[in-house]
Design a protein around this ligand. Sequence first.
Ligand SMILES: NC(=O)c1ccc[n+]([C@@H]2O[C@H](COP(=O)([O-])OP(=O)(O)OC[C@H]3O[C@@H](n4cnc5c(N)ncnc54)[C@H](O)[C@@H]3O)[C@@H](O)[C@H]2O)c1
Length: 330
Amino acid sequence: MTVLVTGGAGFIGSHLCVSLLKQGHRVVVIDNFNDFYPVVIKRDNARILKEFENCVIHEKDITNEKDVMGIFSRELPECVYHLAACAGVRPSLKQPFLYEKVNVVGTMNILEASRKYGVKKFIFGSSSSVYGEREKVPFREDDLLNNIVSPYAATKAAGEHFCRCYHSLYGLNTIVLRFFTVYGPRQRPEMAVCKFARMIDSGEKITVYGDGTSSRDYTFIDDIVQGLLGCLDADLKFDIINLGEATTIYLSDLVRIIEKHMGMQAKIEYGECQKGDVSRTFADITKARNLIGYDPQVNIEEGVKKFVSWYKSSYSNGIYRGQKSLMKNK
Ligand SMILES: NC(=O)c1ccc[n+]([C@@H]2O[C@H](COP(=O)([O-])OP(=O)(O)OC[C@H]3O[C@@H](n4cnc5c(N)ncnc54)[C@H](O)[C@@H]3O)[C@@H](O)[C@H]2O)c1
């Protein structure tokens, strides 16, 4: 089957593409290789994909409707995974218009092209951030989204609404996946786990925002890919599904686990809570288990161990060198 993956040069996208290619699918990537984080990382992800014969990479921007339509008209994908986005909560406060353009207009372009060129299945990468700040855990897909606290989350919620709209207007079979903080090899370097490992390694101070009691449901990349692939076989019309580990840990405990596996101690300073951040995330994954056979396997202890082992080898390969200066505003 021809599967189109937007954002295929990114963290989650590149892992998904490798798995799809290994399953024998033809994979078409659209990615603009932007410099949100060091492009060398995305180029290296693309290098891995190019080792497979059945992979085509279009270096194009999803906000360009003409380019998107051209690619769909030539490639005629049966299934689309739409993962390209401006990701991350904090930078969205600095660049809300960019987030709106890429995550809303870009998503509409991909939906329009999918409708026009007869895509059979559309899978949208949404985020746990749409749940916003809430006391009640775990987060369930039918919770009301009435407390969104960042432009990023607002654009993801808008994307979900457009997905629902295209399903009801045009019958586009759609699955919206809400990812809960994803980590693992090739992770975005500005995210917790990767960022903390780097800072512990270089002896820099880690700023923990708040008192360390904010908590997250961290999901290992292999589990996310398992959920993404589960969507291919599921016969669903429209559903919203959480993908998390269904557990949650404090930030201070996460730092301790990373320290343990890095074999080094972190220097920690505490800073004020950041606008846009939420206190907790925690996924109810009952729907994922029932509808797409999702069964997460990697707990945080094991996942961090795997991450650190990748980090040590990739760092010494030089892929991450020089990223610090490029990350200064993130
Ligand atoms: N990583 C997480 O913890 C997490 C959590 C929740 C949701 N998500 C969502 O999952 C998806 C993938 O996230 P990721 O962590 O792999 O991020 P990523 O930044 O590594 O991947 C996104 C990719 O999209 C590409 N892209 C961005 N704007 C584009 C544009 N205008 N045109 C074409 N390509 C463009 C980027 O170059 C990048 O390669 C995103 O939609 C993100 O919002 C991620």
